[in-house]
Design a protein around this ligand. Structure first.
Ligand SMILES: Nc1ncnc2c1ncn2[C@@H]1O[C@H](COP(=O)(O)OP(=O)(O)OP(=O)(O)O)[C@@H](O)[C@H]1O
Ligand SMILES: [Mg+2]
Length: 325
């Protein structure tokens, strides 16, 4: 299997009034062609910052990559020039951002937005030809009557249709890697299922690697081959999806899994079963951060250990070996 993307020891931080904060602290994973890697974890644990680091779209001037390597198709992206990154984005890596509403220009017809993306990456493409290709793309992502839709503005489309346009733009240049940051969070459940199916179909047809970022373990179970569990800027567990669900090892992963709402239980908010809260980013300790949440003190950063083939866990003596919450 060929490695498309390899991230090793990524560190990303922000300059703030209170000093430098590290939102991503030593994250490593890789994505293979045709495979989907899921990133899951509670709000604020660094999922989007990891994604933005890969395509170098961190909020400026505060955000910066402080260390580590991002190797894409054998090329180092950390330190790559703005020009190189512009070519990579869209051409080789497509991104669907977390906010579908902000991804589109509200005052521009959707056809024009898709066509502009195509023209940006194929410099000799004529306007009319780009529009024709846009119609094809919109058809491909399941938009009915695309020749009419291209003349409409984003607000004239439903949420599901808008997200399809965002996907069409992300896929316009047939990227090798697609980063989908909460692509279905804003949509209702049936539309969510349609969008996930669509992404899978397009992935199969184009043999794309996909990074699927979500806080929804249902989405992970449905669509991922491998999963990375992030907690407070670090990976606490990484495994093939079946292995993670069947044999979770880290106390945080166990907590996430047991917090999935079940039909037989009374309705409750997600993740309710994990007590405490993630510490604020300024207060992150060097030692085990899940212990920090549990008011336990482990001064040393736990080793990230491969405990079975492809199954890695942050081996804190309290959160891993027999550890529970
Ligand atoms: N521009 C910024 N300046 C300072 N800190 C930031 C900035 N952007 C993000 N952060 C911090 O980085 C951390 C990680 O944020 P990130 O957006 O990656 O979380 P996330 O896992 O994607 O959460 P969610 O599930 O809510 O999308 C958070 O603590 C956040 O406060
Ligand atoms: Mg996010």
């Amino acid at each position: 299997m060929s490695k498309l993307l390899d991230i090793s020891n990524l560190q990303t931080g922000f300059d703030t009034e209170g000093g430098l904060v590290r939102a991503v602290d030593g994250v490593s994973f890789s994505v293979e062609k045709g495979k989907t890697l899921g990133i899951v974890g509670e709000s604020g644990c660094g999922k989007s910052v990891t994604a933005m680091s890969i395509v170098q779209l961190l909020p400026q001037p505060a955000g910066k990559i402080l260390g580590g390597h991002i190797t894409f198709k054998g090329r180092e992206l950390v330190g790559a020039s703005t020009e190189v990154m512009q070519d990579v984005r869209g051409d080789e890596i497509g991104v669907i951002f977390q906010e579908p509403m902000t991804a589109l220009n509200p005052v521009q017809r959707v056809g024009k937005q898709v066509a502009e993306m195509l023209m940006l990456h194929k410099k000799d493409l004529k306007k009319q030809e780009a529009l024709t290709q846009s119609i094809e793309l919109l058809k491909e992502v399941g938009i009915p009557a695309p020749e009419k839709r291209i003349m409409e503005y984003p607000h004239q489309l439903s949420g599901g249709m808008r997200q399809r346009v965002v996907i069409a733009i992300a896929l316009a240049c047939r990227p090798d890697l697609l980063i989908a940051d909460e692509p279905t969070t804003a949509l209702d459940v049936t539309v969510q299922a349609q969008i996930l199916e669509l992404l899978e179909k397009l992935q199969r047809e184009h043999d794309m690697g996909v990074i699927m970022i979500t806080h929804d373990l249902g989405v992970i179970a449905e669509s991922c081959d491998d999963v990375v569990v992030m907690y407070a800027g670090r990976i606490v567990e990484k495994a093939p999806v079946r292995e993670l669900f069947a044999n979770p090892q880290h106390a945080y992963t166990k907590g996430l899994l047991s917090s999935i709402p079940r039909l037989e239980n009374e309705r409750k908010t997600q993740l309710e079963t994990i007590p405490g809260q993630v510490a604020s980013i300024q207060q992150f300790v060097d030692g085990c951060r899940f212990c920090q949440r549990m008011n336990r003190n482990t001064p040393e950063r736990p080793e990230f250990k491969e405990i079975a083939s492809g199954h890695w866990v942050e081996a804190c003596s309290k959160c891993y070996e027999g550890g529970s919450i």
